[in-house]
Design a protein around this ligand. Structure first.
Ligand code: 13P
Length: 236
């Protein structure tokens, strides 16, 4: 069985004033779920006492060097991360990251002993053109290095049009994609949905056969919003 995973992506949000939220998230009754928080890198060492697994939001493909403003996978591991998001659509859009870049970053995460949370997702234009499954298959083939296993990789399906928009994909849309991805990645790797997951829609998504959890943005910032999502997963 794939592991059940509730992952929070704080994106570029959170200062030390938010530590109490992370601590409260760590108190959730998570049952057999893994709870991961991906805060800004500045908070990783600060959150070492939280009862949470920690992740980075991005890593450079190289281990060190002249790359001002970047962060490497060994640095994230050194700061306490055990996971790293790779290929998030905001990185792909804001920083022009290609599938080949994401592949190299995912490999770098593995090399540092991190578990990659590899994100893929179609745009609204691609969905409306009927290209969703082909786009996702292409992104996965292009950005997942050889050697991916359930122990080093989690896949997150995040439709770009559902991120931060309040437009969650319907259960039928998520089921169609996750069933196709499951056929591509095999039975053991965890498959998360991300895109406007909230306490009110989480249970319906977690009831789907091939949804093993969620990657949550906005609703992971406050314990009052994220804890009910974690508890819905634990109950699923
Ligand atoms: P929202 O939950 O804010 O839509 O963000 C989803 C996301 O991008 C998580 O990585």
């Amino acid at each position: 069985m794939p592991k059940k995973i509730a992952a929070g992506n704080w994106k570029m949000n959170g200062t030390r004033a938010a530590v109490s939220e992370a601590m409260a998230i760590g108190q959730a009754d998570a049952g057999d779920c893994v709870v991961i928080l991906c805060p800004p890198a500045t908070l990783l060492t600060v959150l070492s006492d939280a009862r949470l697994a920690l992740g980075g939001q991005y890593c450079h493909a190289e281990t060190s060097g002249a790359h001002t403003g970047d962060i490497s996978a060994p640095m994230l591991a050194d700061a306490g991360a055990t996971y790293c998001i790779t290929g998030h659509s905001e990185r792909r859009a804001d920083h022009g990251e290609t599938d080949a870049d994401v592949r190299a970053q995912t490999q770098a995460a593995w090399n540092a002993g991190l578990i990659a949370i590899l994100c893929i997702g179609e745009t609204l234009e691609q969905r409306e053109a009927g290209e969703t499954l082909a786009v996702l298959e292409g992104q996965l083939n292009g950005s997942l290095p050889d050697g991916a296993t359930a122990d080093n990789t989690i896949i997150a399906y995040e439709p770009v049009w559902a991120i931060g928009t309040g437009k969650v994909a319907s259960a039928a849309q998520v089921a169609e994609v996750h069933d196709a991805l499951r056929a591509q990645i095999g039975p053991r790797m965890s498959l998360l949905y991300g895109g406007s997951v909230k306490a009110g829609n989480a249970a319906e998504l977690f009831a789907l056969t091939n949804v093993d959890g969620a990657l949550v943005g906005g609703a992971s910032l406050k314990a009052a919003d994220f804890v009910p999502i974690i508890e819905a997963l634990a109950a699923s």
